[in-house]
Design a protein around this ligand. Structure first.
Ligand code: NAP
Length: 247
């Protein structure tokens, strides 16, 4: 993994907490921040994967700790935030996607996506914000999606969750800027991770295969996160959209 940006500002040596850091974008963020000298709190449900990410981060000489759990559990969110309350940076990343025609998405699947992408994201952000407010500074980065502003075929419920998450990012920024808490929204288009691995619907597979562009990488997203948290005290990157070339 490579990164051109050096963290020289006040974030160097600080702690970042990254949800969904066992895989994909969250994993790339953890390793990229670690490489830049930021200590990391990792979390996800897959302990073996978290252990590997922890090792990769420690190889850069920073501290890295993990806590295993499911963000859909409010008890776990409380435990997670108490455990990582030192974090000056919070990457609100964990999310899930059911990719299927709207009439084939079940109400349970809809509820699960809202539960993780919106309710759990709100829960953990609010708890982190309360800790940051007490300390009088912090930076929260929301990983939303280009689907926070557009609606694409086969990802309608997902788009609804990301529209909601983006509204939270704007709202937290609005209300917390007086408390010296920055909020950045990073909205990637298609990223080359495992989030679509469970897709089996033939129409959806056909639509994915016929896209005239290649996905961006998780490293592209991680580099934008590092850029955002490296901004000077007086600057808050509000929104970064990452579009695949030709997308
Ligand atoms: N990939 C894309 O094309 C794309 C584009 C735009 C935005 N995004 C957004 O980027 C974020 C990360 O996506 P990704 O592509 O990196 O996905 P991914 O590779 O599937 O990784 C998802 C991460 O979230 C964690 N997670 C999922 N459910 C969880 C739960 N109930 N409790 C705790 N952790 C949970 C997973 O960890 P465990 O399995 O260990 O729990 C994993 O670390 C998501 O919010 C997604 O919507 C993705």
């Amino acid at each position: 993994m490579s990164s051109l940006i050096e963290v020289n500002g006040p974030m160097k040596g600080q702690w970042a907490m990254i949800t969904g850091s066992s895989a994909g974008i969250g994993k790339a963020c953890a390793i990229t921040l670690a490489k830049a000298g930021i200590n990391v709190f990792l979390t996800g449900r897959n302990e073996a994967a978290l252990k590997e990410v922890q090792k990769s981060c420690k190889d850069f000489g920073v501290q890295a700790q993990y806590l295993v759990g499911d963000l859909s559990s409010r008890g776990f969110v409380k435990e997670l935030v108490d455990w990582s309350q030192e974090a000056a940076i919070f990457i609100n990343n964990a999310g899930s996607l059911v990719y299927a025609p709207i009439l084939e998405v079940t109400t349970d699947e809809c509820a699960q996506m809202f539960s993780l992408n919106v309710v759990a994201a709100y829960d953990v952000t609010r708890e982190m914000a309360l800790r940051m407010k007490e300390r009088g500074r912090g930076h929260m980065v929301f990983i939303t999606s280009l689907s926070a502003r557009n609606v694409n075929m086969h990802a309608v419920v997902y788009a609804a969750t990301k529209h909601a998450l983006s509204a939270f990012a704007k709202g937290f920024r609005l209300e917390l800027k007086k408390d010296m808490i920055k909020v950045t929204e990073i909205a990637p288009g298609m990223v080359d991770t495992e989030i679509r691995n469970s897709v089996t619907h033939p129409d959806v597979l056909k639509a994915i295969a016929s896209r005239p562009f290649s996905p961006i990488s998780a490293q592209d997203v991680a580099d934008s996160v590092l850029y955002a948290v490296s901004a000077s005290d007086g600057c808050c990157p509000d929104l970064i959209e990452l579009r695949p070339r030709l997308g």
